[in-house]
Design a protein around this ligand. Structure first.
Ligand SMILES: O=C(O)C1=C[C@@H](OP(=O)(O)O)[C@@H](O)[C@H](O)C1
Ligand SMILES: C=C(OP(=O)(O)O)C(=O)O
Length: 443
């Protein structure tokens, strides 16, 4: 699915104090995985709290195309009757993953060791993104891959029947590469091993274990090593999807930079592979209070109270990047209101997300009067007392760029406009209404 083709400009304006409770939607990463693992399981998986953003709805459609029975029963309430590991049927049509890198990469992994053929496509943003990082290891299982030059979509994969297990060191820190390999390893005999130089989000490991797979993670001299025993019978599970810390980052940022604000964000993830932004904000002097630590759906969560804070710039270490990889756009907005520079290191991966996020944020911030310096894998934002605003930022079909500049405009001197807010629907369809309920002036 692709969001409306007509660009939808949005504008945000300097707002009064934000107050109230921000009910964040379900985690996008966990939602994708719940649908895919449900489809690869025997029995009925009931999912509650599923994110009903376009990315996830595209994955739901894809799982149905591969033969699972996927049904919506109410807001976030879904069931998936799976076909078992290796049970995917050959889809009749092309699998359109819209704007979603997670969707297309994990689904290619899930089907690569089943003897069926599938063709994958996506929107203009997804079609620019590198896919060889996933199709290369899938070829090592024995799958045949046909793709556009440069390893980009559209891609046709002919899955292999007698796959061989793979031992693979990921070339960059990427949970999508890791997860695609693990999903392919489900239908290979023996042990499939993924080695990461540094840990990335561990939702796949947690959920594969929850569905009955034999999977273990350990840190050795080689790095972070994940070992999966192939050909398990995955058992259908109830999945309660926790709320998305990457989506929560936007109202959290707004409360931090709009004077007089205090908001509450219930049930936010405290998964250490996802909390780098909150560690960084604490270092910047943010007033963050986490309460009621608990576990939901196998994930650590807590309630967060955020208050407006006078912040100072910091240097973010490169080894923290993976645990906050999607939060750098909104961090660069927060940094614009901090005292001194905020240096973001080891962020080269931002250049191959839905957009080149370093370039998109640097150009948009500069247009709105903020000084930014960049290198191939770093970005430095120089904070200022009063951010001018008053310009239009180009979003390049990137939801997090759009939401970041909508937050900027809530505290800048003059309004901020984005050329197209449509892509926000891929991850946070309720963003505008939720922000308005907190008192934000945007449309
Ligand atoms: O595995 C996932 O669900 C995701 C992993 C991240 O990508 P990489 O791990 O490939 O950097 C992140 O950018 C994306 O939003 C979701
Ligand atoms: C990069 C992101 O998602 P994906 O890779 O799934 O498109 C994101 O949500 O910021």
């Amino acid at each position: 699915m692709s969001h409306a083709n007509q660009p939808r400009p949005m504008t945000s304006r300097r707002s009064g104090p934000l107050t109230g409770q921000a009910q964040i939607p379900g985690d996008k990463s966990i939602s994708h995985r719940a649908l895919i693992l449900g489809a690869l399981s025997v029995g009925e998986t009931r999912i509650t709290g599923l994110l009903e953003g376009e990315d996830v709805l595209d994955t739901a459609k894809a799982m149905a195309a591969f033969g699972a029975r996927v049904q919506r029963h109410g807001n976030g309430d879904w069931t998936v009757n799976g076909v078992g590991v290796g049970g995917f049927c050959e889809p009749e049509g092309v699998i359109d993953c819209g704007n979603s890198g997670t969707g297309v990469r994990l689904i290619m992994g899930a089907m690569a060791t089943t003897p069926i053929t599938a063709t994958f496509t996506g929107d203009a943003s997804l079609s620019r993104r590198p896919m060889a990082r996933v199709t290369d290891p899938l070829s090592e299982f024995g799958a045949s891959v046909t793709c556009r030059e440069g390893g980009r979509l559209p891609i046709t994969i002919q899955g292999i029947e007698d796959a061989l297990p793979v031992r693979y060191r990921t070339p960059v820190a990427s949970a999508q590469i890791k997860s695609a390999i693990l999903l392919a390893g489900l239908n290979a005999p023996g042990e499939t091993v993924v080695i990461e130089a540094e840990p990335t989000r561990d939702h796949s490991e947690r959920m594969l274990a929850g569905f009955g797979a034999d999977i273990r993670s350990e840190t050795t001299s080689e790095g972070h090593v994940i070992t999966l025993v192939g050909r398990p019978e995955l058992r259908a599970q109830p999945v309660a999807v926790p709320r998305d810390p990457s989506s929560a980052a936007f109202p959290v940022a707004a409360a931090l930079i709009v004077p007089g604000s205090e908001i509450r964000v219930p049930g936010i993830s405290r998964n250490p592979t996802r909390d780098g932004l909150y560690v960084t904000l604490r270092e910047m002097g943010a007033d963050l209070l986490f309460e009621n630590d608990r576990e939901e759906g196998g994930e650590p969560v807590a309630d967060l109270v955020v208050r407006y804070s006078r912040l100072k710039g910091v240097s973010v270490p490169a080894e923290r990047a993976a645990s906050m990889i999607d939060e750098f756009p909104i961090l660069s907005v927060i940094a614009a209101f901090a005292e001194g520079p905020t240096i973001m290191n080891g962020v080269g991966e931002l250049r191959v997300k839905e957009s080149d996020r370093i370039d998109a944020m640097a150009r948009g911030l500069e247009a709105n009067g903020v000084r930014v310096e960049e290198t191939p894998d770093s970005m430095t934002v120089h904070g200022m007392e009063a951010v001018p605003g008053g310009a239009t930022a180009v979003t390049h079909l990137d939801h997090r760029i759009a939401m970041s500049f909508m937050v900027l405009g809530l505290a800048s001197q003059s309004p901020v406009t984005v050329d197209d807010g449509g892509p926000i629907a891929t991850s946070f369809p309720d963003f505008t209404d939720l922000m308005r309920r907190l008192g934000a002036d945007l449309d």
